[in-house]
Design a protein around this ligand. Structure first.
Ligand SMILES: *Cc1c(COP(=O)(O)O)cnc(C)c1O
Length: 349
């Protein structure tokens, strides 16, 4: 049979996103780690008052208003920032800029499944290294591979654990390729690897507005790195990767750090409460610095519980993957949502 596709595309499995029911559906959605609170009122006001002239024209190819808001909020130089259509796009840009036949992309497992998908599209060699006991970072093994790209998600998904900055520093110092630190959940965490971009030219810290800022539908992410590293990425990204609406709304959300912090603090308080309740039900839980938990139900019947919750209108994430078949990843919702989840679970464990 003929195929239209490159062998790498023919052979790969496509990424399978979590279920996305329409807004307004009566569902408690704890499967894709969205923030349960609405976006900043300032961001919504910008959207409501948008002049249609912004739509008629092409957007700013560098989304400088958004970049400026990031520079101010994080106190990093403007030239050290690249913005993207969701952080997923930036992960893809890094892979496309650096990976090719004979070069390796490497990351510890389990982690964000998209790293695998993005690598498999390219003709590059993918190396997956299992995390050690209690999610110990396999530094020596990662260094030995010395990939063109090394991915570390911290806090990691689906485990929720954080990789300490001194370990990332050791890795950065010993790698000659690009080290991507994916901080999608940093807004819920106690530490960031951001200082490392000043110490190492090969480190890029990638963030998103999808989780902490409640803007997953808008598609905005950004990266912070030495301008020398960014120069290659700017060549590879789509010229108009940020649309005009996202640029303006995202800038407003970024300027409203107080609101974002208020929401993430609420989620962190709910996280503490939910952990206690899940443990009382006999669930095994990994310490999480993110807005979700990886949990193991007492009888290990994760798929059965996932399906039963779904029938009750509660979505959680089940990964049919080696090592995860007996676990569920549960997003921390509002206290009310978490309570409904816990009450449903009482009848299922
Ligand atoms: C959610 C997530 C992202 C991507 O989010 P975008 O919506 O594309 O910005 C990136 N990395 C990890 C680990 C995530 O969980």
């Amino acid at each position: 049979m003929t195929t239209y596709f490159r062998p790498s595309v023919e052979a790969m499995t496509g990424y399978v996103p979590g279920e996305q029911p329409k807004p307004g559906t009566n569902i408690i959605k704890l499967n894709t780690n969205e923030n349960p609170y609405p976006p900043s009122p300032d961001a919504i006001a910008v959207l409501r008052n948008l002049d249609s002239e912004w739509l008629r024209r092409y957007p700013d190819p560098y989304a400088n208003e958004f970049r400026l808001a990031i520079a101010q909020a994080l106190e990093v130089p403007f030239e050290w920032i690249i913005v993207s259509n969701g952080s997923d796009e930036l992960l893809n840009v890094v892979v496309r800029a650096c990976a090719e036949l004979g070069r390796k992309v490497v990351y510890p497992m389990p982690t964000y499944v998209l790293y695998r998908t993005l690598t498999d599209i390219q003709p590059a060699e993918r190396v997956e290294i299992p995390y050690g006991e209690d999610y110990r970072l396999p530094i020596e093994e990662l260094v030995a591979v010395n990939g063109a790209v090394t991915f570390i998600a911290t806090p990691n998904s689906p485990s929720g654990h954080i990789v300490r900055i001194d370990e990332i520093r050791q890795l950065a110092a010993r790698l000659s390729g690009v080290l991507v630190v994916d901080e999608a959940y940093v807004d819920f965490a106690c530490e960031t690897a951001l200082p490392l971009v000043k110490e190492f030219e090969n480190v890029i810290v990638i963030r998103t507005l999808s989780k902490g800022y409640s803007l997953a539908g808008l598609r905005l992410g950004f990266g912070i790195a030495n301008p020398k590293l960014l120069s290659g990425l700017f060549k590879v990204k789509d010229s108009y990767n940020i649309d005009a609406i996202a640029c303006l709304v995202g800038a407003a959300a970024m300027r409203d750090q107080a609101y974002k912090n208020e929401c993430t603090e609420k989620v962190k308080r709910s996280r503490t409460k939910l952990a206690v309740e899940l443990k009382q039900l006999g669930f095994q839980l990994w310490d999480s610095q993110a807005n979700f938990f990886l949990t193991q139900p007492p009888k290990g019947n994760a798929e059965q519980i996932y399906l039963a919750l779904k029938e009750r209108g509660i979505l959680v994430r089940y990964f049919k993957q080696p090592g995860l078949e007996d676990k569920l990843r549960i997003t921390v919702g509002t206290d009310e949502q978490n309570q409904i989840l816990v009450e449903a679970l009482i009848h299922l464990v």
